[in-house]
Design a protein around this ligand. Sequence first.
Ligand code: SAM
Length: 370
Amino acid sequence: MKKGTHMNRGTTMDTTATLRNELSALTTKLFSYAGSKMKFKKDFDRLHQEFGKSIKVKTYVEAFAGTLASLFHNLAHVEAKRYIINDTNKRIINLYQQIQANPQELFEKFALLENEFQRIIPEDLRNQRYVKEEFRDNLFKANQDFYLEARAYLNQCPLDTNNAALFLFVMHHNFNGLYHENKKGDLNVSFNWSSEMINMDAIRRSIFNLHHFFTTHVVIFENKDVFELINTLDEKETFIYLDPPYSNSNIQYSSKAHSFNEVQTHLELIALCQKYDYVMYSNNYEMILEKEFQACVEFQRGNFGTKKSQKPTHEMLALVCHIKTSYYTSIPALLGIATQETLYMANNLSMTPVEDTKPCSVVALLNNAA
Ligand SMILES: C[S@@+](CC[C@H](N)C(=O)[O-])C[C@H]1O[C@@H](n2cnc3c(N)ncnc32)[C@H](O)[C@@H]1O
């Protein structure tokens, strides 16, 4: 596929291998976001290489979805039959649901907002990274008013296509890609004072690439606090990626969700995920957290939305596999005794969770399968 093009809605893309070649964090990017893993693809690749195992699971869970950059980094290494995309941010989840259902309408509404914003920029102030302070209270004031009105409508309107278009617009004009809400749950990030052009072709391409992924794969959207999400899932053959708000950080997105300021909350979350085959995790580097994982890479991130004089943060990306490997061949395998698992596999039936893996009577099993 040529650079700058997108997959058409009608295109079929059957295999995960094709998906890996065509879709990436870059070709699906919609907006900048505090905590996004957009720039860290090589660190994701490094971790998977260090882990050294190609991963196939029934369910992939992106528990803290954000921009989905991390989902697409992981898809280069993990194959799944279904994908659960979760975030406590209802506006982000609505955006993805609208992309799945109404991509064209969403893009057109976003374009209406963005074109109007561009139309009212005075000629002399066009395409500037930051409009000078002296123009902010006069020539550029209408643009700030337009942003504030869009933000106010976003906070009032139901979760529909308008909401998704307003959200996308606000995320392009808010201060440094920051997202936070007040106690009422209203987004309250200030205007970015930028008049830079937005690449509408790239946004359109990303919307349709995401639409393609959401409609050619089994994708389930959830809008839950992560602790609640984990309690509703019981599929062991799961790869879960945890990218919570960082410990000891003032970026907490929403006051209603669990706070992740304390390292202890991170440890509790990781412990709760022991039931999954694979757990991958990101955070500020903490030795006590690294100990929970089998492979870990470290890297530096320039501070997002904070003063340049502050040092970049030291971060970690880690992975653990909870599949128990046996040091000997099992007795059923040695003697050819049928177990529930081998019978179900031979009959190509999906497994139901088995509490007790002792060999069972063949007759009982076949009766069950029939
Ligand atoms: C660090 S960002 C994720 C960034 C994402 N991996 C990416 O590459 O863009 C954290 C996300 O978690 C969400 N979040 C915060 N607290 C949450 C919670 N308790 N449960 C679920 N999601 C939460 C925030 O809304 C935010 O979108």
